[in-house]
Every structure is written in structure tokens, then in C-alpha cells.
Design a protein around this ligand. Structure first.
Ligand code: ZN
Length: 319
């Protein structure tokens, strides 16, 4: 993808294109933004710029280096993902540090893309800091993180921070509908609204069942209100079949819970289910349910047994 094709974030795109035009890329860059806002895409564009062999505008998108970069097979672009165990540990960071002093294989410079640096603990960040203090020549570091606040001040102060934001709903619908031309625009719009214009999250939800997940999330919430526990158990049971679908349902539940919290303090909400829940339960109870759902979403990211998870979820929603 070229910078001009990246959705929304006009300020960031302008700033970055000016930096590229002036060939004044800071040696360390932090890209911060919520999950699904395109941090890795921006990191990839910068990496492609660094290795591009064109004499004209970079990245050209067509030279051998650009193509290798796009296919993630360029030998001078190194990825380390904090989501993978020990990828950003102290030892791995030290290994990155020593390899950074070795000259590039074929490009004019080497690029290190450190993804999900939220997972990078302080000792590893300190090990990394040493290289930021005395950066080797012709090396570009790019870190991605949900919030730069999770990085040490010393790391932040030696880097340039770029912040990414979700797109406007209409822009998000426009982009997502091109990827899913067979899907109904109103369904895409519903999901984009739930995701607040976050394109990555909208795409993920569509891939994971979209409307079906939204329907089940509403059904689970409506079942909390019923006197019998059985309908809730039956709805929640549907989460045991597929972990990504369950995650999608819980994302929708998180949104409905947020609506319930708003309704409980007297704000107008569009969700009828949320309004009904707010009418029936106390503010404290709604806050507790909302927190439990947020917690449940995190638990789902671990390797929890789905059957046990569903039984537990049913009990916390009813308690
Ligand atoms: Zn190129």
C-alpha cells in the first residue's frame, strides 16, 4: 500500500510524506494507535520507503526492493513481534542490537520493525535504549504500540511519535465495502458504527461472522433479563464452537455494555436491549456486568477451555 492509499489520518500522512520528501526520517519512530488502526501498515510503508531502489519518488511500489518488502521477504527488513513469546525479551533485544551494526545485505539501510511493544518489559526497553542513544548508521527503528505511554519516557524522548486514529464511519464503510463487495452496505455500516470507524476491527468482525455475532450478543443480553437461567445458558453455549466467533460476540457485548452504562446514568441510547437492561438493574450491577465482560474478553485471548469459559460467563452475568 502507498501512503496516499491509507485511510483517514490526513495529518499523519502529510507529515510523513513531507519527512520522506525531505529525506529526514528520524532514526526511531513510534507508531501508536488502537488495535486495527493500521500501525503495521504504516510501519510497512516506511520500511518500503527505506529500502526502495527508485531514484524518483520513494517508495515507488514497483522496484524489486519494494516488491520484496511488500511480500515481507526483504532481507534488510527485520520483524520482531511482542505477541510472540520472548520476541522482545532482553536477550532478543540484545540480539537485535548486535545485528543492527552489521551492514545491510542489499538495501541502503536496515529496518527493524518491533511490533506490539506494549508487551516489551522495562528491562528489554532499557536494553533497546542503549542502541537509541548511539544509533548505528543506516538503521531505521519502527516500534508499534497501542499507547506510547506504555514505553519508558527515555525511549519516547529519543523517538518521533506518530498517532493513528480511526476513520470517519462513511470512510470506513467505503474502504471495507471494497474488500467485501458481496456484503450488504447496511450491515457493514452497522458494524463500522459499533467499531467506531476502526477499519481493522470492522474487517475482523465481518470475517468472524458480523451480523450473526451481533445478533447473538443482543440475544445474550436480552437473556440476562429473563427469570430462567436456561435461555442465557443456551445462548452462551453457542460460543463454544469457535474462538474467533466468540471473540467477535464479546466485542459486540462490550459495546452493548457501554451503552447500558450510558443508559444507567440517564443518557439516550439507540440500543433497546441496553435501555431495558438499564431500567431493570442498578447502576452498580451494570458497572459490574460491564467490567466482567471486558475481563471475559481478555480471558478469551488466553488458552482458556471454551466450555469452562461459557459456564463461568453465564454465572457472572447472572450473579
Ligand atoms: Zn521501490
Amino acid at each position: 500500500m502507498l501512503l496516499s492509499e491509507f485511510a483517514a489520518n490526513a495529518g499523519l500522512k502529510y507529515e510523513l510524506s513531507e519527512i520522506m520528501r525531505k529525506k529526514s526520517l528520524p532514526h526511531a519512530i513510534i507508531i501508536e494507535g488502537a488495535e486495527g488502526t493500521g500501525k503495521k501498515t504504516i510501519a510497512d510503508i516506511i520500511a518500503q520507503y527505506c529500502v526502495c531502489a527508485s531514484d524518483g519518488q520513494r517508495p515507488c511500489g514497483v522496484c524489486k526492493s519494494c516488491i520484496k518488502a511488500k511480500e515481507h521477504i526483504h532481507p534488510d527488513i527485520v520483524y520482531a513481534d511482542g505477541q510472540q513469546s520472548k520476541a522482545l525479551s532482553v536477550d532478543s533485544t540484545r540480539a537485535i542490537r548486535s545485528s543492527a551494526y552489521i551492514v545491510p545485505n542489499e538495501a541502503p539501510m536496515k529496518v527493524y520493525i518491533l511490533l506490539n511493544c506494549d508487551k516489551m518489559l522495562a528491562p528489554a526497553q532499557n536494553a533497546f535504549l542503549k542502541i537509541l542513544e548511539e544509533p548505528p548508521k543506516n538503521v531505521q527503528f519502527i516500534m508499534t504500540v497501542k499507547s506510547s505511554a506504555s514505553l519508558l519516557q527515555t525511549v519516547r524522548s529519543r523517538s518521533r511519535i506518530f498517532s493513528l486514529f480511526p476513520a470517519e464511519i462513511d470512510d470506513a464503510v467505503d474502504i471495507v465495502s471494497k474488500r467485501f463487495p458481496e456484503r450488504d452496505i447496511s450491515e457493514i455500516k452497522d458494524i463500522a458504527e459499533v467499531c467506531d470507524g476502526n477499519i481493522g476491527m470492522t474487517l475482523q468482525m465481518l470475517e468472524n461472522g458480523g451480523q450473526e455475532a451481533q445478533k447473538l450478543a443482543e440475544e445474550i443480553f436480552a437473556s440476562i433479563l429473563l427469570p430462567s437461567e436456561y435461555p442465557l445458558l443456551k445462548s452462551i453455549q453457542q460460543l463454544t464452537s469457535d474462538r474467533t466467533f466468540a471473540a467477535s460476540v464479546l466485542d459486540f457485548m462490550t459495546e452493548i455494555a457501554a451503552e447500558c452504562v450510558k443508559a444507567s446514568v440517564g443518557a439516550d441510547v439507540s440500543s433497546k436491549t441496553a435501555a431495558a437492561v438499564a431500567e431493570r438493574y442498578s447502576k452498580n450491577r451494570i458497572f459490574a456486568v460491564s467490567e466482567n465482560i471486558i475481563y471475559a474478553r481478555k480471558v478469551l485471548n488466553t488458552n482458556v477451555n471454551l466450555n469452562l469459559f461459557c459456564t463461568w460467563l453465564c454465572s457472572v452475568l447472572r450473579s
